[in-house]
Design a protein around this ligand. Structure first.
Ligand SMILES: [Zn+2]
Length: 315
């Protein structure tokens, strides 16, 4: 992986060098249509920027819709897109460790860079009872799924709006207004989760999948059992892990077993079949499928469905 990235950087540098002479590096706006270029790695910042800036920026997401975010490797074209950005936004955790290596190789003087993980109180990935740890002797990493808590989303949106205003002051009022309106929607979403959890019969959820909802669970006082931590590359659980989750569901009479978006759902099917618990999606918004992307669905749409699915799981 490291070697691939090195080759890519070299390749992109050559490509970039070829076109470099045509560009004015000191220009505030790097694009011919007069709009600033905003590049993001995954779906949450894509949707946040879209809601704040509408069509007043050139916005591109590196991760294609439907693609698995944890195994993403940038193409030379992606590296050029980053190099040409006025604003570049990424999550800042384990999955995009490649970002730091690429940024080091670039001239980032005219670029505003935001790691979402730096905008919130980051916590480490947690290993709870019954969870499979990865074999690698890597130390526990900060959990990068900061956007899964709506309260964090409000902080991220604020940071993005500030960057947009700095990079493109002519549209600052527009960005501020949209950011305020969108943050109100996020606050309403937060209230909806609080309302569900306040009336809940139980506070435990079970995930037959990875668990990227650490920030979400912390925000609402939920406890959880899951097969793997947030960004585990494992998808095949051991028989002992599956048995542990089945026993938890039976012992606590938990009515729902959750799976993630873009997951193979095999483990959830097995556990649902064994226990009668209903299989439901809790959408972590790493990425969305092509159909939903083309339909223009966003973070709020998936999170509002999460409110309803959580209601089924906790009552
Ligand atoms: Zn993840």
């Amino acid at each position: 992986m490291k070697r691939t990235i090195l080759i890519l950087i070299t390749f992109a540098a050559v490509l970039y060098g070829v076109t470099d002479c045509k560009q004015n590096k000191n220009a505030v706006t790097k694009n011919s249509n007069g709009k600033i270029n905003v590049t993001v790695t995954n779906f949450p910042p894509f949707d946040f920027v879209r809601n704040i800036a509408g069509d007043r920026v050139n916005l591109s997401m590196l991760l294609p819709p439907g693609a698995e975010s944890h195994s993403f490797e940038p193409s030379p074209r992606d590296i050029i897109a980053i190099q040409n950005s006025d604003i570049f936004i990424y999550a800042g955790g384990e999955s995009d460790a490649w970002v730091d290596r690429i940024l080091e190789s670039m001239d980032t003087d005219n670029m505003k860079i935001l790691a979402m993980i730096d905008t919130v109180d980051a916590v480490e990935e947690e290993i709870v009872e019954g969870m499979e740890e990865e074999d690698e002797e890597e130390e526990t990493a900060y959990d990068e799924h900061v956007w899964t808590s709506p309260q964090n989303a409000i902080l991220i949106v604020r940071a993005i709006a500030e960057l947009l205003c700095e990079a493109d002051p002519a549209n600052a009022d527009f960005y501020r207004q949209n950011a305020a309106a969108y943050s109100e929607e996020l606050a309403r979403l937060d209230a909806a989760f609080n309302e569900v959890i306040a009336g809940a019969k139980r506070k435990t959820i079970v995930f037959a999948d990875r668990f990227p909802f650490r920030y979400f669970a912390d925000a609402y006082g939920l406890s959880y059992f899951a097969a793997f931590p947030g960004c585990s590359t494992e998808t095949e659980p051991s028989a002992a892990t599956v048995a542990f989750l089945i026993n938890k569901i039976r012992a606590e009479k938990i009515p729902v077993v959750f799976h993630l978006e873009l997951s193979n759902e095999k483990m959830a099917d097995t556990i649902s079949g064994e226990t009668g618990a209903k299989k439901l999606l809790l959408h972590a918004c790493h990425n969305i499928n092509k159909r939903d992307f083309d339909a223009g669905l966003g973070y709020l749409d998936f999170m509002r469905r999460n409110v309803e699915n959580l209601r089924e799981a906790l009552y």
